[in-house]
Write a protein that binds this ligand. Sequence first.
Ligand code: SAH
Length: 291
Amino acid sequence: MTQTRFHFIAAGDDARRAYRELEAAFEDDGLPLAIVELDEKRDLHEISVYAEGDPEAVKAKIAEILQHALPSPLPVEQEILPDIDWVTKSLEGLQPVRSRRFLVHGSHDRTRKRIGDIGIEIDAGQAFGTGHHGTTSGCLDMLWQVARRERPRNALDLGTGSAVLAIALAKIARIPILATDIDPIATKVAAQNVRLNGVEAWVETRCAAGFHDPAFRERGPFGLILANILARPLMKLAPAMALHLAPGGSLILSGILERQRRAIVAAYATQGFRHVSTLPREGWVTLHMKR
Ligand code: SAH
């Protein structure tokens, strides 16, 4: 679909206020926004809103917001961007990623697999988890160590995204894995990837927010739980994690910034978890905890 970029230049607090208000106003529509510093000394910024579909409606909304946010009106320019399938394009540019013996690759890189590699083919553009993010590769590394050492009987991948972690675990452990995501699109992509990788006998995908689904009670408790979400939801989920982890089981958590690590360890300690190890990667940490 054709995209239109609306852009304008503003200075200092005006720029920041305009950006904040546009961000809040377009959050529900999911329109991407950008703020780029043009001149540090003059505190000048260019703000862009990328519209898909009906540009006239977006234009009117921007004008209305700026009228409130700025002391005097600013000219908003409009640019039509060429039609590019960015998802396909970005996937083509992705190089395969290695973590331990795992090789996460797109279908265009199938031939790059070497003897001994455990291939995970991910072509999803709509779900998170191509192995390139520090949190995903940290989890792959950690699950490789934990699963081989502990041989859990079953597992849960909470916030499965592309299902990359569930597929990796199924390939090395061959155990039943419940893979869930709050996002229905991610769950659909996860199910496709599970089939594409031939592990549908081991991985069951479900759309669920947190632990709100009867499947958790039916399939649990779990010997291993993987959750690469973000610090805040992870803190909230701590009591439920304790409930659904089998005695002596392991928890692998990621999506945590280095500075959030202590708060997470403390929140889980109150639920009877002890910290086993931390794996830092690209500013993120992956934690191994046991109970
Ligand atoms: N496991 C993948 C994807 C991580 S991205 C990987 O390691 O690469 C985090 C995923 O968690 C997203 O797909 C998001 O939709 C999902 N998510 C966020 N909050 C959630 C919640 N409360 N319950 C279930 N899934 C959640």
